[in-house]
Design a protein around this ligand. Sequence first.
Ligand SMILES: C[S@@+](CC[C@H](N)C(=O)[O-])C[C@H]1O[C@@H](n2cnc3c(N)ncnc32)[C@H](O)[C@@H]1O
Length: 134
Amino acid sequence: MESPEHKPVLLHETLDLLNLSPGKNVIDGTLGLGGHSLEILKRIGKTGYLLAFEQDERNLKEAKKRLKDYSKQVIFAHRNFEDLKAVIDEEKFPAPDAILLDLGLSSPHVDDPERGFSFKFDGPLDMRFDPALI
Ligand SMILES: C[S@@+](CC[C@H](N)C(=O)[O-])C[C@H]1O[C@@H](n2cnc3c(N)ncnc32)[C@H](O)[C@@H]1O
């Protein structure tokens, strides 16, 4: 199946504001399909680390594929970013130099009527980012 597309919003403007350089440690609280994270990883080089949160398992799977060349530098957390402090402690992640939260939903959420987010198609009013959660 073809990978879903999501064009990261204000990619370069956002990344410039994070002021990244090689060796920085960054948290992406809303990984989505990994567009912002890919650019973060390019900027932090081989000595930086990324901790990435994503509640939606399908998006997480796609992002892992997109970021596979950087897998040794990324910790993927299938968690709500509200658990940020707990996950930093569990993973012994260093003090972050930057945190990105790109809040909201992603294109696959809108494209799939079953997820209940779509304004294009009728569907059940679900709207859970992690459908496994009650
Ligand atoms: C706007 S998209 C992010 C797009 C991403 N920056 C990219 O470049 O692909 C927001 C993502 O955050 C996820 N999300 C929303 N609330 C979350 C939360 N509280 N914790 C973790 N992930 C969350 C959604 O499932 C969605 O994939």
